[in-house]
Design a protein around this ligand. Structure first.
Ligand code: SF4
Length: 447
């Protein structure tokens, strides 16, 4: 249907043309319009400059200006200006409603949330206010966002606000706790809380399952299910904070409940890069949880191009699951090495921007008879020369579900000695939570 002139239309008025956008329906269903300017050149030629505001399927942006030339009762020409959708930043989920879907406010970075509330006609500062409340443990519903009833009604008609709650919490004899979360589609993910000397480290999952197929890892054996959304990544942190508060752990501020976040749970974080970046942005924002770069470590099995992206896009600590210093051995353990071999991986480590006194953490699972010889240790020392490093040796937690075994203690100590004598800070990390299948490589989302 062609637009017809609304005799009431004037500059600044809403919906200046009756049925003005029906001719593009259904693509523009739900879009509101505002007349920016009108000009009447003759009684038969009216020009409207119209600003479209709303959500358009497949597009992120608003900011569409249409210039209408109305030249009589039946003729209308339209000129579309600035029809480019807003650029989505890398890592940003589409915050704009798709018809039939609702935006989860917890998926949005602070900037996206600001744009979102502005799109709904609210002031930008309301976005910042809502973001801060969303990041506070104990916030479960719109009524806790500190906004008026009218704004609650507006928001809740367009958006949702997800909350993760563990379906099971298991506690190890060594006080490590494992949390299992069942997601809306039934996928199960796990997080592990590791207390140590009054400090708490949370190990977070970034995917349900994992496609990387490392042979020693139960998550890899499970296969890939799907990427986690930012809300599902950040939601693990908030849910564990809620659990800690309910358990009587008190801190001056919520951010002090957890000292460190490590992305070493289920999944390869860099294979879910966009959502990882959005989640990190949410976790690190000063108005939200405010985790500093020193307190977040992202671990990768070695997706080299994404390591470069990470170093460019955000400042966090990097951990590399190395597990072998020889390409043949590493490829047999970790299929990713066939695509990004050791030379390429260690090149990315050398390029990774490190601040003062910062190092890359190399994780090395000790597998009996596979990668635990003194020759392996010497080769590892050679390969890591020149990279500011810390090496964690992880004696394999023989779960009985893979073909590998743990070397004896003497062998592990000898391996460590070679590395230390070569000048590397090397530590033997005893697995935590092995009795509840919460140790490294044991997460399988079976709860
Ligand atoms: Fe995936 Fe990490 Fe397990 Fe490898 S070790 S399969 S990257 S979860």
């Amino acid at each position: 249907m062609l637009p017809r002139r609304n005799p009431e239309a004037s500059e600044g008025s809403e919906t200046p043309i009756q049925g003005g956008l029906d001719f593009w329906a259904p693509a523009f269903a739900g879009v509101t319009t505002r007349c920016e300017a009108t000009s009447s050149f003759t009684d038969k030629l009216n020009v409207y400059l119209i600003y479209l505001s709303g959500r358009v399927k497949g597009f992120l942006g608003l900011e569409y200006l249409l210039l209408y030339f109305e030249t009589g009762q039946r003729m209308c020409y339209r000129v579309c200006m600035n029809m480019q959708p807003k650029q989505r930043t890398a890592g940003s989920p589409d915050p704009i409603l798709q018809r039939g879907e609702q935006t989860d406010l917890r998926d949005l970075t602070p900037d996206q949330l600001r744009d979102y509330v502005v799109a709904l006609g609210l002031p930008a500062k309301r976005g910042r206010q809502i973001f801060a409340k969303l990041c506070r443990p104990g916030t479960f519903g719109f009524s806790q966002l500190g906004i008026s009833r009218e704004v609650i009604t507006l928001l809740s008609s367009h958006a949702t606000m997800s909350n993760l709650a563990p379906v099971t919490v298991e506690k190890s004899a060594d006080t490590t706790e494992k949390f299992a979360f069942r997601l809306a589609d039934g996928a199960v993910i796990e997080s592990v809380l590791i207390p140590e000397d009054g400090r708490h480290t949370l190990c977070i999952s970034s995917q349900a399952g994992c496609a990387m197929g490392c042979r020693f890892c139960l998550t890899g054996g499970q296969g890939f299910v799907r990427n986690l959304r930012p809300a599902e990544i950040v939601g693990q942190v908030l849910a564990v904070m809620n659990h800690m508060v309910a358990s009587g752990i008190e801190r001056a501020t919520p951010r002090e409940l957890l000292n460190n976040l490590v992305f070493m749970g289920m999944g390869e974080p860099l294979a879910n890069y966009d959502n990882l970046l959005a989640a990190l942005t949410i976790l690190m924002d000063d108005h939200g949880l405010g985790f500093s770069e020193r307190r977040i470590t992202v671990s990768t099995c070695g997706i080299v191009p994404r390591m470069d992206d990470l170093g460019r896009d955000i400042r966090v600590n990097l951990a590399v699951s190395l597990h072998a210093a020889d390409d043949g051995v590493r490829s047999s353990l970790m299929p990713v090495n066939r695509t990004h071999n050791l030379e390429s991986l260690l090149g990315a480590c050398r390029r990774y921007p490190l601040g003062k006194k910062k190092v890359i953490l190399f994780e090395y699972i000790m597998l009996k008879g596979i990668n635990d010889s003194l020759a392996d240790a010497q080769l590892l020392a050679e390969k890591l020369q020149g990279i500011p490093s810390r090496i964690n040796l992880l004696p394999y937690n023989g779960s009985g579900e893979t073909e590998f075994a743990c070397p004896d203690e003497a062998q592990t100590l000898a391996f460590q000695k070679v590395l230390r004598e070569a000048g590397f800070n090397t530590f033997i990390r005893q697995s935590r939570g092995a009795d509840i299948s919460a140790a490294c490589g044991q997460l399988a989302g079976k709860s």
